[in-house]
Design a protein around this ligand. Sequence first.
Ligand code: KG4
Ligand code: ZN
Length: 345
Amino acid sequence: MSRILGIESSCDETAVSVVEDGKTIISNVIASQLDVHAPHGGIVPELASRQHVMNIAPTVLKALSDANVKLKDLDAISVTNGPGLAGSLMIGVNFAKALAASTSVPLIGINHLEGHIYAAWLDEVDPANDIGFPLVCLVASGGHTDLLLMEGHGHYRLLGKTRDDAAGEAFDKAARVLGLGFPGGPAIQNIAPSTLSKETFTQPHFKSGNALDFSFSGLKTAILNRAKTLGIYPPDLTNPSESLIADLAGGFQEAIVTSLVSRISQASQMFNAKGVILGGGVAANSLLRERAKATIDLPVITPAPILCTDNGAMIAACAHHKISSMADLGSQLSIDIYPTWRLGI
Ligand code: KG4
Ligand code: ZN
């Protein structure tokens, strides 16, 4: 049995978890910084680092005590060492190094995007394992929108990526235009009507290049112009036009989901995928989850929403699979941080 501590501090959540065998979550603690960043309408890197400094030790201690596990009982300490905000990454990595150095528990650095994919293995029945490979994986978060072919554990090919904004970033910017607050994804999902919106947005058309790429910056400009034309931008928070805002939010969500699902579907046919994994904060979106399952005639693995947004369990799950395939973990006490680390290039 393996028992791994997962530490995640790449962005705005200090998150720590203890996971057994890459699968069973024994504890999962998330110290959210939402209240700190929300008034600024987005993440302020300097504030994020400071919050991590304050939260990292109590969060690690709580994850260990919730799991009723002592440091010396751990088989490994895993930590996100990229991609992400440099200052935020450094807090988690240095804390993990200190823990590892003082206990002689092995340390392993994990790619945050790969962690998002491994959230799929945190299910009781381990569905991803049964399906086999290749799997088409979408990692859609605040900073990335990558479509990957997972050909085996730890083996990825980048099939497509966003040419401009990430999907989560587009949700966040659209929510700001509509006066819905931060983070934008959940705000847009909550206000969007369950029926199709009257307001629709056209899909971007690529004249050249990779057809599996994404583009969301045009949508962001389109919703801003539409909101101006309809007289609801700048948002009048004292007199919000609820139904108009909801309709625009619904149309915007529909456009993003259509763009994501069409590429996933196309890629899974092109590469004879055995299944699909949705990961990253945007994969918490209920329309995306439903639409992908309804459209794609393959198993579509959608981790619980709390495991799609940033968490330590996904880092520990990924570490378990990495360590299983390593002859000797060795000493990773001198690992660096990689703020722009990509997967599958
Ligand atoms: O993976 P994540 O928690 O952090 C990063 O690695 O960036 O993703 C955060 C992003 C934010 O942009 C947020 O608006 C978006 O995920 N998000 C959602 C939903 N929940 C979070 N987007 C759409 N629908 C949601 N329900
Ligand atoms: Zn993330």
